[in-house]
Design a protein around this ligand. Structure first.
Ligand SMILES: Cc1ncc(CNC=O)c(N)n1
Length: 247
């Protein structure tokens, strides 16, 4: 993107550009066979339970990541942006989410204390740890944060759309990430990420210096999130090659 636009013609923000440019992998992450199987009601419940246990491990690692983004927002020192409030609300919902996972696990007879992280979970959690480092730019961390939340929001909202046959007992899980409030929260994260990215793309004099380097790093990070999400869904389906061999 060159940052220029014709008068009256709306131009894409950076995250739109990325989603269009990397459309195939984006669809791969947000319309994965696992999600489609929930949506058409053919989901294998053992796959759902595996997802539940692994996602609980992921979410626990996601909390300190979000806390690290909060620290970066604070250090940026721009109180009027409202970024901290948005991120803090995210931490608040993660608190509810962890309680929900525990409750859901007991409902399905999954003993969370016995769940060991599988390779895709370990790799994704390690990626989060890398992003927590203080040297990682706020712009890069925000892009990752938005992408991680957006994949779940788009995936689970798809399971609640008109015509979907999501089993009743899975609708609550889909509501967690597919509800409108979560959609608005994802838009806020996206706006923060785009505003950060715009500081370079528009060529405006940046108040907070964001290097060109941070913009390309952010795009690479966005892509890596999509890859980790696809691996995570594959693992849940048992299509990652580590599951029991097919008869
Ligand atoms: C693997 C993965 N990606 C994104 C989310 C959504 N964020 C927090 O809940 C999640 N729970 N798990």
């Amino acid at each position: 993107m060159d940052g220029k636009s014709k008068p009256g013609v709306p131009y894409d923000v950076m995250t739109d550009t990325w989603v269009k440019k990397h459309r195939l992998i984006y669809i791969g992450a947000t319309r994965h066979p696992f999600i489609l199987s929930i949506r058409d009601g053919t989901v294998d419940l053992s796959a759902f339970k595996r997802w539940l246990g692994q996602d609980y491990i992921f979410v626990r690692a996601f909390v300190p990541f979000v806390a690290s983004v909060l620290i970066k927002a604070y250090k940026k020192g721009d109180e009027s942006s409202g970024d901290m409030e948005v991120i803090l609300s995210g931490l608040g919902s993660l608190n509810d989410e962890i309680a929900w996972f525990k409750q859901e696990a007991s409902k399905w007879g999954v003993d969370l204390s016995q769940v060991a992280p599988e390779k895709p979970t370990q790799d994704y959690c390690r990626f989060l740890e890398e992003l927590m480092r203080p040297e990682v730019d706020y712009t890069v961390a925000m892009a990752a944060f938005w992408a991680i939340e957006a994949v779940y929001q788009e995936s689970f909202a798809h399971c609640l759309e008109e015509g979907s046959k999501t089993p009743t007992e899975l609708q609550e899980a889909c509501q967690r990430w597919g509800n409108d409030g979560f959609g608005r929260y994802c838009s806020s994260l996206r706006n923060i990420a785009d505003r950060q990215l715009e500081k370079v793309a528009s060529g405006s004099v940046p108040l907070v210096k964001v290097s060109e380097d941070a913009v390309s790093k952010a795009e690479v990070t966005f892509l890596r999130v999509l890859e980790y999400e696809v691996d995570f869904w594959n693992m849940s389906c048992g299509t990652d090659g580590h599951s029991a061999p097919k008869p």
